[in-house]
Design a protein around this ligand. Structure first.
Ligand SMILES: [Zn+2]
Length: 341
């Protein structure tokens, strides 16, 4: 079996770190809103991968996290007056229900950021002890990208004009590319957790590295066989994940990387700011989950997917046709035919 490695940009023979086993970690959703078609596509792509590996005799362990601490979550908590737990539990439940309707198997391990704080703190402390991370006077902790010689090897991007420097620019950063591992509490209304370095909350990237380290045992220099996610996560998220893991543990986070393509809606990249977001719940109101699964799996997972309702209708007709064919050739209908003969 071959896997297309999106870092090496080539198909490589799948040789797992443990014989006949396959460990997969896929970056899951930030649970502050309903799942959209991009979430559905990523889930379906890696569900198909997991089922394919199982069909080839591998014992698969799949992990998918829930990011349940985030600026967007905190903003929504402020808007709705709900607690963070009420809000995130609601959307986790919705996500699980909707993915089940698509026929996606639940992951074996579903860590939440709020339940992984010890592991996150430990990893940041390790990086601080090695002087690869540094604490600034506000209580924020940054990762010093200049300390990681392999930084840029995942996404092949080394530009420092990316979102991380835009979002987290501060004069106390050692390098523009450095990114936040820990964000200190901004005020009494903020949602904060106490650690040895400051009261605050984790940056998004560190969550995944810490969860992987907590749930998978490394072998032969890798924590995982396959790390997956949407192509939009390649930079900076996966670059930073890989850097944190490499520098804190001494081994690479994954032997193979896989990324699924974007979802566009009628030719435009799906983005909430464009107002053309298509929630999965809306699609599921009109179409059976199996129709959506058939439609979304109908395009190669690495290609960008252009969602259109006309194509979805066509997929429904094709699936109906397959069911009619199945009925015609099923053993019960065959026996009916024989009796008639
Ligand atoms: Zn991640």
């Amino acid at each position: 079996m071959y896997i297309y490695d999106s870092i090496q940009k080539t198909k490589r023979p799948f040789e797992p770190i443990r014989a006949n086993e396959a460990s997969i970690y896929v970056c899951g959703p930030t649970v502050y809103d309903d799942a959209h078609l991009g979430h559905a596509r990523s889930s379906l792509a890696f569900d198909l991968l997991s089922r394919t590996l199982e069909a080839h005799g591998y014992s698969v362990t799949m992990a998918k996290n829930f990011t349940d601490i985030d600026d967007k979550i905190i903003k929504k908590v402020e808007q709705t007056g709900q607690t963070m737990e009420e809000l995130t539990d609601f959307y986790i439940e919705r996500y699980v229900e909707e993915m089940a309707l698509l026929g996606v198997k639940r992951a074996d391990i579903e860590p939440k950021a709020t339940e992984s704080l010890k592991a996150i703190e430990q990893m940041i402390q390790t990086l601080l002890d090695k002087d690869i991370a540094y604490l600034i006077s506000t209580g924020d902790v940054y990762f010093d990208t200049s300390k990681d010689e392999a930084y840029g090897s995942i996404s092949h991007r080394v530009s420092d004009d990316e979102s991380q420097s835009r979002v987290a620019h501060t004069s106390q950063k050692r390098n523009p590319k450095d990114f936040a591992l820990w964000k200190a509490c901004k005020g009494s209304e903020d949602i904060c957790f106490d650690t040895a370095f400051s009261s605050g909350r984790p940056g998004w990237h560190i969550e995944c590295s810490a969860m992987i380290e907590a749930h998978f045992e490394a072998k032969d220099g890798y924590s995982l066989d396959i790390h997956g996610g949407g192509a939009d996560l390649l930079f900076p998220h996966h670059e930073n994940e890989a850097a944190q893991s490499r520098c804190s543990t001494g081994h690479e986070v994954a032997k193979y990387w896989m990324h699924n393509g974007f979802v566009q809606i009628d030719g435009e990249k799906m983005s909430k700011s464009l107002g053309n977001s298509f929630f999965l719940k809306d699609a599921l109101e009109m179409y059976d989950g199996e129709v959506l699964r058939y439609y979304l799996n109908g395009v190669h997972y690495r290609k960008d997917f252009n969602f259109s309702e006309a194509d979805l209708q066509t997929s429904k007709k094709r699936l109906d046709k397959l069911y009619r064919l199945k009925k015609r050739i099923s053993p019960t209908s065959a026996s009916t035919v024989n009796q008639r003969i």
